[in-house]
Design a protein around this ligand. Sequence first.
Ligand code: ARG
Length: 484
Amino acid sequence: MGYTVSYQNNATQPYTKMTSGQKTVKPWGGRFTESTDSFVENFTESVSFDKRLYHHDITGSIAHVRMLARVGVLPENDCGQIIAGLEAIEKDIDAGLFEWRTALEDVHMNIETALVERIGEVGKKLHTGRSRNDQVATDLRLYLRDETAVVRILLLEVMRVLVDLADREAQTIMPGFTHMQAAQPVTFGHHMMAWYEMLLRDVQRLDDCRQRINVMPLGSAALAGTVFPIDRHYTAELLGFEAVCRNSLDAVSDRDFVIEFCAVAALIMMHLSRFSEELILWISPRFGFIDIDDAFCTGSSIMPQKKNPDVPELVRGKSGRVFGDLMAGLTLMKAQPLAYNRDNQEDKLILFDALDTVKAALEAYAGLIPAVKVNPEQMWLAAVQGYTTATDLADYLVRKGVAFRDAHAIVGASVQYAIHQGQDLAALTLEELRQFSSLIDADVFVCLDPAGSVNARDHIGGTAPTRVRQAIEQARKELSSMRR
Ligand code: ARG
């Protein structure tokens, strides 16, 4: 090859030494006479990023040899030596003492080669009845199963702090918006609990997705299964898998679980991005609805007056990458014939990026939400100035016998009058209001008051503070049962 460029895959965790090791003997080198082109070696390697699977790779290998010993394929003594060797290797990796070699391609061959170097010939028996194809699929599922637990904990934490904020501001009034125009008064607590509902669905989706992650491909070998009398249920039990993949061709090639996780992550990011958009608007002095603690904001290097909401802006920005990961996963799979193809090596870059990004964004929100300080006066003013109780006035007239469409027209005229007077509706006198309908009496002012407006919406899903408090109480129960 004529290339002089040096190629390195997207190494995400450069915490261990990498060597290029030109003369390394490849575990698959038997039928080759020439050594690998150095560009190809760098182009095809995955160890720079899949070394993050090492713990799960070793866990999978230990279960595999235990099973081989149990069914009599491997003598107990060999099994014991292999396990001791793998455990020692894991300790070395944990301690940062392991030398990762690019020439050995991936995490699997790095560990297997190190095992043979450490315990000798017996290490060569580890790969009996197994292929890297079922091995990598197993590792990835084990890894993602653990990581979904982390994402779940972070989601529940964001939900917890959201509920606390909703509780603090259960009866604080703000304008609710449609089309970004002030629409009707709502409580800030109600608004926070809307965000809670979105995240609750995210937890449910994550739990659902986990069921399909937690199925074991191991035993499918390269694609067709193995001639050895393996006991897949035993291996699955050792690894905590709920089921065993039922078709070997599907098992080694399926990456639906990666795509599903990316879809879950994309929805979480979409939700966080929507929250971000609101926080960014609300902290702008034009709104002034909230402030965010200095610790969660940043300044400008040129404009001394600035306090910028960079954390929510970055979350909003990062959502795009995770949506991209979802598309990348779908595209990765769309043209692959059965069974395993090397394309699948790219699944890890996609998955790791989605995982790292969604975890960071959730962690940011767990800190950001408690840092939000609301400005009730400003929100109240915006609710009042936005004529947000106009619908309440129309409903008031309907209760006095006016047809809704007529009431709408009457209130429209009174809003026009109020705008002309530079007043909000509640500031008009009874005489002024009665110009538009003689049915209006002194009791109208309760409806024109945003507090009266929210209190009146007292039903399941309504914005009344009593209902918000009920929703909060229910959410707290839900959270503690989900944490179990
Ligand atoms: N590094 C590979 C991957 O991530 C492992 C499986 C390789 N299998 C193979 N037949 N070359 O997919």
